[in-house]
Design a protein around this ligand. Structure first.
Ligand SMILES: Cc1cc2nc3c(=O)[nH]c(=O)nc-3n(C[C@H](O)[C@H](O)[C@H](O)COP(=O)(O)OP(=O)(O)OC[C@H]3O[C@@H](n4cnc5c(N)ncnc54)[C@H](O)[C@@H]3O)c2cc1C
Length: 410
C-alpha cells in the first residue's frame, strides 16, 4: 500500500489484480495475473522486480500466488468482520463490552436481477433478527442507548438501495424507487418489530436523488411515524450538499417522528468515480476537487446539522481528527451534551480512534461490513483507494505529518 500510494501506475495495476482475485482458480493463475498486471508498470520498485522474477518458474509462481492470496485475504480481514452475520457476533459483542456500538453492513451492491435483490433483502431480514438476538443479551451501556432525544436502538443495520433493486438508474429514477420501496418497506417493518435501527447508505451521485427521495417518502408514511429509528447519509464532498442539507432539515421539521431522523455526515466514498465519470462526459464534476473544500464544507454542514437538533440526530462519520474534534467542540460551544453527537468510524480504519473516543465517554459506532470477498470487492477497493490517496488524513498521519498541521483549520 505504501508503494502504491507513491505511484499511480502501480496503484492501478494492484487494484486490477485485487479485482480479479476472487475469480482466480489456482495459485498459478493468481501469480500469472499479478505478474501480468505488474508487467505493465514501467518503473518497478525492487520488491516487485523480485515478484516478477519468481513468476518465471512453476515453483516460483506457486509461492508468489500463495503470498499474493494471503496478502489480499489479510487486507480483506482488516476491513470485513466475517463472512456471515453469525461469524461477526463475537466481534459485535466484544465491541459492545468495550463501550462501542456498531452498524452492520451486508456487503453487496448494484444487483442486476430481481431474485438477487430479493436474496439481499432476505439476508438483511435475517441479519436484523440475528442482531436483535445478539444485542438482547448484552449488558447495559447507557452512553450507547440514550441521548437527549430518547432511546437509541442497540441493533443497527446499514443497507444499500442499489442492492435492493436492479432498476436504480438515473434516467428512470421512479422505476428504481418503486421497485426498491417494496423491499425497503418490508425491512422497515421488521426493524420496527425488533426495535432495530435501519440506516440507508448513500452511493454514487447518479442515484443520490432517488435514494434521498425514497427514504424521505417512506419515512413520512403514516405507518412509519413512530418507528423504526432510521437514517440517511449526507455527502459533504458534493458541491450541492448544503442545499440538500437544508431540504433534509426542512423535511425533518415538518415530519415529526417517534425517533428523529439520524443524519450521518460523511465526506463521500466515491470521489475517484465521480471525477472520472464527469471527465468522461465532459461535465463539471459534482464533487469538490480541492480536498480542503470538502473539509471546510464538512465543518459547515456539521454546524447546520447540530443546530437543527432535536429535529434530527447527528452522526459524524470520519477518521479525520480535525473533522471529529471540530464537531465535538462545536457541540460543546453550543451548550450541547457530548451524548447528542455520535461519532462513527469504519472497521479496520478507525480501530484505535474508536477506543480513544469510547474511553473519553463519547458515543462511538463502528461500521462493520460482513460478507465474502466477491461481495466485498467494491467496498475493499474503495477502502484501498482511500488508504493510498496522498490527501487522506490517515495517510498523512501515517506518513508523519505533524499533528499541529493536521489539526489546522482547512
Ligand atoms: C461509519 C461510516 C459510514 C460511511 N458511510 C458512507 C456512505 O454511506 N456513503 C459514502 O459515500 N461514504 C461513506 N463513508 C465514507 C466516507 O465518505 C469517507 O470516504 C471516509 O470516511 C474518508 O473521509 P475522512 O473524513 O475519514 O478522511 P479525510 O482524509 O479527511 O477525507 C478523505 C475524503 O475527502 C474527499 N476528498 C479526497 N480528495 C479530495 C479532493 N482532491 N477534493 C475534494 N475532496 C476530496 C473524499 O471524500 C475522501 O474520501 C462512511 C464512513 C464512515 C466512517
Amino acid at each position: 500500500m505504501e508503494l502504491a500510494s507513491q505511484d499511480a501506475e502501480l496503484r492501478a495495476a494492484l487494484f486490477r489484480f485485487v479485482d480479479v482475485v476472487p475469480a482466480c482458480r489456482s495459485l498459478d493463475d493468481l501469480a500469472q495475473h499479478l505478474s501480468g498486471f505488474l508487467g505493465e508498470v514501467d518503473d518497478r520498485p525492487p520488491p516487485l522486480e523480485v515478484a516478477m522474477r519468481m513468476s518465471g518458474t512453476k515453483a516460483g509462481r506457486a509461492a508468489l500466488g500463495a503470498a499474493a492470496a494471503a496478502g489480499v485475504k489479510h487486507m480483506a480481514h482488516r476491513f470485513i468482520v466475517g463472512e456471515t452475520p453469525r461469524d461477526a457476533n463475537a466481534v459485535l459483542e466484544e465491541l459492545w463490552r468495550r463501550g462501542v456500538a456498531t452498524s452492520v453492513d451486508l456487503l453487496g451492491e448494484a444487483t442486476v436481477t430481481s431474485p438477487e435483490a430479493d436474496r439481499y433483502a432476505a439476508r438483511c431480514r435475517e441479519a436484523l433478527d440475528g442482531l436483535a438476538e445478539v444485542y438482547r443479551g448484552l449488558p447495559p451501556r447507557p452512553r450507547l442507548e440514550e441521548d437527549s432525544a430518547g432511546r437509541i436502538p442497540r441493533a443497527n443495520l446499514s443497507v444499500k438501495v442499489s442492492a435492493l433493486t436492479p432498476l436504480l438508474r438515473p434516467d428512470a429514477p421512479e422505476r428504481g424507487k418503486r421497485d426498491a420501496a417494496g423491499r425497503l418497506r418490508d425491512l422497515l417493518r421488521r426493524a420496527r418489530e425488533l426495535d432495530a435501527h435501519l440506516h440507508i447508505d448513500m452511493e454514487s451521485y447518479d442515484s443520490r436523488e432517488a435514494v434521498t427521495e425514497l427514504v424521505l417518502e417512506l419515512l413520512a408514511e403514516e405507518e412509519f411515524r413512530d418507528g423504526p429509528s432510521a437514517g440517511l447519509v449526507l455527502q459533504a464532498y458534493l458541491r450541492d450538499s448544503p442545499e440538500l442539507c437544508d431540504r433534509i432539515i426542512a423535511w425533518a421539521q415538518v415530519t415529526p417522528r417517534g425517533y428523529p431522523l439520524l443524519v450521518r455526515l460523511v465526506k463521500g466514498a466515491y470521489w475517484d468515480h465521480e471525477i472520472v465519470e464527469a471527465r468522461q462526459h465532459g461535465w463539471e464534476s459534482p464533487v469538490f476537487e480541492v480536498k480542503a473544500d470538502s473539509d471546510r464544507n464538512f465543518e459547515a454542514l456539521t454546524l447546520r446539522l447540530l443546530e437543527a437538533r432535536p429535529s434530527v440526530r447527528v452522526a459524524i462519520a470520519s477518521h479525520n481528527l480535525r473533522s471529529i474534534a471540530h464537531a465535538i467542540a462545536a457541540n460543546r460551544a453550543m451548550g450541547g451534551d457530548d451524548v447528542d453527537v455520535e461519532i462513527q468510524v469504519l472497521r479496520g480504519l478507525g480501530d484505535d480512534l474508536q477506543q480513544a473516543l469510547a474511553t473519553r465517554g463519547l458515543r462511538v459506532r463502528t461500521y462493520c461490513p460482513v460478507g465474502d470477498l466477491v461481495a466485498g470487492m467494491a467496498y475493499l477497493v474503495r477502502r484501498l483507494l482511500e488508504n493510498t490517496s496522498n490527501e487522506s488524513f490517515l495517510h498523512e498521519q501515517a506518513a508523519g505529518r505533524p499533528l499541529e498541521e493536521l489539526l489546522a483549520a482547512p
